[in-house]
Write a protein that binds this ligand. Structure first.
Ligand code: HEM
Length: 359
């Protein structure tokens, strides 16, 4: 069967694709940062509880307190890139979502379960004791499953040649497991999440130290170590990922191939700096290097998607039926929303500081 016959005709878009592309990259960066902070910190909390027989520590208490917030933010900041991915790649991502529909829809239930358990962790933290290890372990596994399903969908959409499997298995249970990149890609994302979780802990306790908490200092080093060691491990996983890519896909004759390599090299250099700076507990410079790495790696991922899709589709093929007002309204609400969220976070931090000062 000719796989191109399985690809639906893309819908027309209201403005040049470049707008949606930039918005996709910006909102996905926010999603990935928040998702990493959420998953990484709960992973570190789970390891902390398991190694202390359920005992707690200042970082686990902080994770318990903040986890419902981080889940809510990670999920809400996932909605925007999902919309933009649908605008640009709707004909591909809708199809892959249907092929794995049973798993895809199960994300909603898994997410609700994880969110519920996060509230149990927050409000029963002190009563739970030994149960904390099991609870954080369960939340972590649920979130890891969701991440795995995302990796499957966002790679299945790149492989129309594998879609015909649907006719043998039409139950919405297809995954992209035959793709040799799936495991290194997924583990690369997950190790990065642990690293960013460590950095989030280091940042949180730097802030605490700054506001006069005398016991915060050792936990800055603790977070930095998690960040640095997870990043070192990720160099190995990243090399595995690179080695698993199909031969010849990254061709220097294409601009995407050229920028793929440029961004990749830049991202690796920034990651080396970030890890070394973290080992010296220089939190802010390490954070800037980390942010540089994340932005460059997101661009690498984007170039890779373009390269994978080359035989099937290019964004420039999308038809434009000009209508600028919805974009304008979106941008106004987007900027207003970000300002509002910043203000809410400020108030939340102020309140929790006041509560701590009173207790
Ligand atoms: C809370 C649990 C979640 C986790 C652990 C998670 C994790 C991930 C991971 C690992 C990826 C990268 C996949 C890859 O490229 O291999 C990803 C991508 C993505 N996620 Fe999430 N995600 C979560 C929730 C959500 C939700 C609820 C939404 C939407 C409402 C969402 C929207 C997206 C989108 C649109 C992308 C891909 C964007 C692109 O390809 O440019 N995520 N997520």
């Amino acid at each position: 069967m000719d796989p191109t016959t399985l690809i639906p005709t893309p819908d027309a878009i209201p403005v040049h694709w470049g707008w949606f592309h930039i918005l996709l990259l910006v909102t996905f960066t926010m999603h990935i940062l928040l998702m990493n902070a959420m998953l990484g910190t709960v992973f570190i909390a789970a390891v902390n509880h398991f190694t202390r027989d359920g005992g707690g520590s200042p970082p686990t208490q902080a994770v318990a307190e903040k986890l419902p917030f981080t889940i809510a933010f990670a999920v809400n900041f996932g909605v925007a890139p999902l919309l933009f991915a649908q605008v640009l790649y709707g004909h591909l991502i809708y199809t892959s979502s249907i092929l794995m529909g049973t798993f895809w829809l199960s994300i909603i239930g898994i997410l609700i379960a994880a969110y519920y358990l996060a509230y149990v962790y927050k409000y029963k933290y002190h009563q739970l004791e030994k149960g904390r290890a099991l609870l954080t372990g369960s939340i972590c596994i649920l979130l890891l499953i969701i991440a795995f399903l995302f990796s499957n969908n966002f790679t299945l959409m790149l492989h129309p040649e594998s879609w015909a499997r649907y006719f043998d298995k039409p139950g919405g249970l297809l995954l992209n497991l035959a793709d040799p990149t799936i495991w290194p890609r997924y583990l690369h994302f997950m190790a990065a999440a642990v690293a960013v979780g460590g950095m989030s802990i280091a940042l949180f306790f730097s802030y605490k130290k700054h506001t006069g908490d005398a016991e915060a200092a050792p936990w800055i080093g603790y977070g930095c170590k998690w960040f640095a060691y997870a990043t070192f491990i990720n160099f190995g996983i990243g090399a595995w990922f690179l080695g698993s890519l199909p031969q010849g896909i990254v061709s220097m004759n294409t601009s995407s191939g050229f920028f793929f390599l440029v961004f990749l090299i830049g991202g690796i250099i920034a990651a080396v700096f970030a890890a070394l700076l973290a080992l010296k507990e220089r939190v802010m410079p390490a954070l800037y290097s980390l942010l540089t790495t994340i932005v460059l790696m997101i661009l690498v991922r984007d170039m890779l998607r373009t390269l994978y899709l080359q035989p099937w589709f290019s964004r420039s093929e999308l038809t434009v039926q000009a209508s600028y007002s919805p974009l304008l309204v979106f941008l106004l609400f987007f900027i207003g929303g970000i300002v509002l969220i910043g203000w809410m976070l400020k108030i939340t931090f102020q309140n929790s500081d006041d509560q701590e000062a009173q207790s």
